[in-house]
Structures are given as C-alpha cells and as structure tokens.
Design a protein around this ligand. Structure first.
Ligand code: ZN
Ligand code: ZN
Length: 260
C-alpha cells in the first residue's frame, strides 16, 4: 500500500531529488527490509531475503568455522581440538559473502545504520536459543579515535539491537587503548601480535558469563585477545557472536577485518 501511495506522491521520473526523497520516506515513514527495500514483510529483513542469505549449514561450536556437513554438530573442529581458542562457544550464522559482506561494509564505512537491526536480527535465533548461558553482551570496542571518526561502533549498534530481542543487557567492559592495524591488512600469523595488549578492562566487577559481539570473525584473534584480558579481570565464561564468519585465507577474509 505504501509503495502505491509513494508512487503518487513522489514521481519516479525525476532523478536525484526524487531518489533522495523516496529513500528518506522509506527510512522514516515505513519500516522496510534493509536488503531489498520491500515493505511487504517483516522489518528489518523480509522473509525472501532472509531465505536467500548465505547461511552456514554446519559449524564448529567452539570457533564457528564452517564444517563439511555430516560432522557431528557438538564436536569441535580439529583445529580447536589441537589448539582451543580462549572462548568456549562461538556463533556466526552466515558466510562472509554477498550480500552480507556488502551490508557489513555499508554499515561500517557508509554509516548505513538501517543495516544494524537487520544484521542483529540474523544473530537472534542462535543467541536466543542459548540466552540462559549468558549474563551480558559485550561489543568489541574500537579505539576512541576510530570511533570518533566513524561516529559509532558497529559492534555496539548490533549489540544494542540484539539486546532488545534476546533480553540480555549490553555492557561496555573494555576499551581498546592501543591503535591496531586493520586485521584484514595482515597475514594470519601477524594478527595475534597486532592485537596483543590492545585491550584494557575498565570494570571492577564484570558479569560472570559474557558474549562478545562483533560484525565479522576471520581468525578469531581479536576476540581471543579480548577474552584473555577479560578472563584475567575475573570473567569466568566467554563466548563470541559475530554475524558472519570469513574463512581465513579466502578472498572475502582479505576484506573482512575485525571491528575496524
Ligand atoms: Zn528483503
Ligand atoms: Zn573450531
């Protein structure tokens, strides 16, 4: 209905001004799907778009790395069995590929904030299923200079929307006190050194069981380093929830970069 009325109010022939006005109306007047702009179905993402996304069918419960189907879903991958990550659980329901990668980059680099509730919505089923296991959501922090330049932290935006849907509070426990290079620009072996010592905990009595929230995970070194710092501050259980998992070494991973 809104689409029909909009066509009457805003002529589609005029170029830039008409497009801008239509976008503004879409964003302000009617809740539309962040991916296709449809207002026919549920906000913030419609059912057809949701079904079309590159969902991970089977993943390691410890690191969220996609696995070949057929492996038992409660058994950690070989890599985690040889060298377990500091966090005990990881959720990353989507592959970091189109259109999820484009949505994450639009949120981060173009401040396209309507993508925040849509990306958070994609995490809801996984996190809600095990919400009783966690006390709080903790967004991976940006360095304050980067946050000042961008105007927001995308992990915080996703955590805020996710919080409303799963009933867990958002707590900003840590700060990134050292500037780090974007992880996407570094080879895997240098990523741990890049984030080593980058975080500091600023809470004296943190919650016991926390779920770190980020947009994309590649090697997991950023969340791993933050988890190590939080354990030393008294947190007893740490999990990670990222919208998408990039496979280390893939072309997509090269563009991912964790929370930068
Ligand atoms: Zn849609
Ligand atoms: Zn694993």
């Amino acid at each position: 209905m809104y689409r029909k009325l909009r066509r009457l109010w805003v002529p589609t022939s005029s170029a830039r001004a008409g497009r801008a006005l239509r976008t503004l109306l879409d964003r302000l007047v009617v809740p539309t799907c962040a991916f296709c702009g449809s207002d026919d179905d549920a906000w913030p993402i419609c059912r057809p778009c949701r079904l079309d996304l590159p969902w991970v069918r089977m993943a390691c419960p410890r690191c969220a790395r996609p696995l070949a189907t057929g492996q038992h879903r409660s058994i950690a991958c070989g890599r985690c069995q040889r060298r377990p990550p500091p966090f005990t659980r990881a959720y990353a329901p989507l592959h970091y590929m189109f259109p999820v990668d484009a949505a994450i980059r639009a949120l981060k680099f173009r401040a396209d904030l309507p993508y925040a509730p849509a990306l958070a919505e994609l995490l809801v089923p996984a996190v809600r299923r095990e919400a009783a296991c966690w006390d709080a959501l903790v967004p991976v922090p940006l360095h304050r200079w980067r946050q000042a330049l961008r105007g927001f932290n995308q992990a915080r935006e996703i955590a805020t929307w996710l919080s409303r849907r799963v009933g867990l509070p958002v707590v900003e426990l840590a700060q990134r006190h050292r500037r780090t290079s974007p992880q996407s620009t570094l080879p895997a072996r240098r990523r741990r050194a890049n984030v080593c010592g980058a975080f500091r905990v600023r809470a004296t009595r943190p919650p016991e069981r926390i779920l770190l929230i980020d947009d994309v995970m590649t090697t997991g070194e950023t969340c791993g380093e933050l988890a190590r710092v939080l354990y030393s501050a008294g947190v007893s259980k740490i999990g990670v929830a990222c919208v998408a998992r990039a496979t280390p070494g893939s072309a997509q991973a090269g563009r991912a970069g964790s929370n930068v």
